[in-house]
Design a protein around this ligand. Structure first.
Ligand code: ZN
Length: 314
């Protein structure tokens, strides 16, 4: 069951147009820059894409990430310097429909060099309630749930795409990219099987979360996500919504409510206090905390441990 509140305006018809424009122009962006001995300059939109790009690119690429550590990426605004970086980069890696400012900048400044790694993947539909709400507010309806990186097997597909594009635009270093990509792919496969094994038998399959980032992860490992805030973490839930989730928690004997690192846990804690449930961090990996020494793989393993405990998995 999806309990939904707010739609994500970034997932818009405009974004869809951007995706289409990016695909059409993707084939023309294959000229090599590294034949001149230059390091490939790559701009990534937010942390998981930075992680994949750095893992695959190694010393052969220079990665600039648009969302700084500790910042919440959904509603990122870009500085003029960042827009210039997008314009000048050899490649811009992003997920269309996730960050409206990035979609717009790619559309305007990086038509031939944008790589939307979400494109072509089987995305989850936004829940019908969200589409109806957007319509009622005369806003563009969301087209998909953007949080694909939280399913390790989809993260592997994202990584494959990044590796393939690196090889395409910098053939001279293709062996390095292929080796690094194979290594990352192996690590993601291991992570995926740890999740599959570790969540096979659990007391509860209802995942009550502060924002609905865990749709793909839930689909992959058989959990039903119940969100308090909706797709965007800073959406204020209504009193009715909080009451609805509180009721759900009581009726379904949910013992743990998950909140996240980059957003105020106030709402999750309200529901927890009302119901006597515990609150535990489940990190949507939209960014690392400032000063963090973790990476995608280690945070996903911490997430697995938190979820196993919270859901009573054996
Ligand atoms: Zn999110």
């Amino acid at each position: 069951m999806f309990i939904q509140k707010r739609h994500l305006s970034a997932l818009s018809v405009l974004a869809l147009a951007t995706l289409a424009a990016t695909t059409l122009s993707a084939c023309s962006s294959t000229e090599s820059t590294a034949t001149t001995g230059k390091t490939l300059s790559v701009v990534t939109a937010f942390y998981p894409l930075q992680f994949a790009s750095e893992s695959i690119g190694g010393t052969k690429v220079e990665v600039t990430n648009l969302t700084p550590p500790g910042a919440e990426p959904h509603d990122i605004e870009l500085t003029p310097q960042q827009v210039a970086q997008i314009k000048e980069a050899d490649l811009v890696v992003y997920i269309g429909g996730f960050q409206a400012a990035v979609d717009d900048a790619v559309k305007q400044e990086a038509k031939d060099t944008g790589l939307d790694v979400g494109q072509g993947l089987t995305t989850l539909d936004p829940p019908p309630g969200e589409v109806a709400e957007a319509k009622a507010n005369k806003e563009e309806a969301p087209i998909a749930d953007p949080h694909i990186w939280l399913d390790p097997s989809l993260m592997a597909k994202i990584s494959d795409r990044i590796g393939a594009r690196f090889t395409q635009i910098d053939a001279a270093n293709s062996e390095t990219f292929k080796t690094n990509q194979a290594s990352l792919s192996k690590q993601l496969t291991e992570l995926n099987s740890e999740w599959a094994t570790g969540t096979k038998t659990c007391r509860s399959r209802d995942l009550v979360v502060s924002h609905e980032a865990f749709g793909y992860l839930g689909k992959a490992f058989d959990f039903t996500q119940v969100g308090i805030s909706g797709l965007a973490p800073d959406a204020e839930p209504s009193a009715a919504k909080i009451a609805e989730v509180t009721d759900f928690v009581r009726k379904n004997d949910v013992t743990t409510i998950y909140f996240e690192t980059l957003v105020d846990p106030k709402v999750a804690k309200t529901v927890a206090t009302e119901t006597g449930a515990k609150t535990v961090v489940l990190d949507p990996l939209e960014g690392l905390e400032e000063g963090s020494t973790q990476d995608y793989l280690s945070v996903m393993r911490t997430n697995l441990t938190a979820l196993q405990e919270g859901q009573g998995c054996k």
